[in-house]
Design a protein around this ligand. Sequence first.
Ligand SMILES: C[S@@+](CC[C@H](N)C(=O)[O-])C[C@H]1O[C@@H](n2cnc3c(N)ncnc32)[C@H](O)[C@@H]1O
Length: 366
Amino acid sequence: MSSVWQKEDSSWADPSLLVGLPMAVRAALMLNVPKIIDSAYPKLSLSAEEICKHVPTTREHTPKSENLEKILDWLCCNGIFSLIIEEGDDGSKAKRYAHSPKSRCLSRDHTADMLLMYTSPELTRVWPHAHEIVLSPDVSPFEIVTGKNMYTYLAVDAPQVQKLYVRGLNATAIPSLSLLEKYDETFKALKGRVVDVGGQEGTMCAGLVAKYPHLQFVNFDQPEVVRGAPQIPGVEHVGGSFKESVPEGNLLIMKFCLLNWDDETCIGILTNCRKALPVAEGGKMLILERLDRSTEATDAHNEVARTGSLWSNFHGTVLLSGARTRTVEQFRRLALAAGFSQLEFVNHCPGFDLLEASLSPSGHSQ
Ligand SMILES: C[S@@+](CC[C@H](N)C(=O)[O-])C[C@H]1O[C@@H](n2cnc3c(N)ncnc32)[C@H](O)[C@@H]1O
């Protein structure tokens, strides 16, 4: 059944709601408010003056608590932090701030890192050009503004934002590793090399080598990215471009890479992956992505997956032209065009979908 927007509701249309909220969240994070409230435990709430005593600053003057109240009052009225009004015997009123369920998420390092990245000056200057994804779809707003591909720009020109990005993405290794548990027997029986293609700084390999130390792991990413990666025992970092070739492996993993590229580039990347697998025994490639969920009904059950998918589809295109989420069928077409024998959906958890592309032992598609 189709549905349409019927009733006008102007209550949401206040520009401050649409524009001010992300920046107020950034301000609270820059001032370390979520963690300051955490560290006050067993006290559950603090006044703005008390918070100000702990905000990180190298300035000589005292932070202005009256202005911190302006930020926090605004956030509280949007459900981020809770405002507690204490009434004195003399009728005076004092404001105290505590966590709300939403602000508690801001205490998690990876959530804070991702929010600080998205609201960084380097990324926010791209957003005024977001409409260009409709008018000039061949060049992303990010490229219009910086003249560079986002991954090259972050690695070379904005290492501090790249760090936030890496740390934010690192946290997604945990749900990914739990999805890969389905392949426990495969990993245990496997011999040789596992390559994480586009593995950034190797977090996924680090998780896997701890479980399967009999395997050799290769973390493959752009040279500028692996250059700064930490040494991980049992993991070799290899720099290169998956658009040119991929290191040989008995099993390949690729997480959150294909969603950044148009179909033609994806077929090229997948072809290089297919060539990196052993022809005689066949081989598997495990692909972690966010599927297109734009036509799925909204319900509480799939809200996280759907929101993540829609956000990836939109903001990915602002950052990288050609970026998009895809359906299983669309992935299958790409994999078959790249010479894989088949591609199947395996499993999902909120925000993550696991697909398997495989090559029949002959090395030819069926
Ligand atoms: C969205 S990130 C995903 C990183 C990692 N797989 C994860 O999920 O945490 C995409 C990765 O693709 C890498 N990448 C982009 N272009 C590449 C290329 N031409 N060759 C190899 N890696 C590339 C980026 O450096 C980045 O680490």
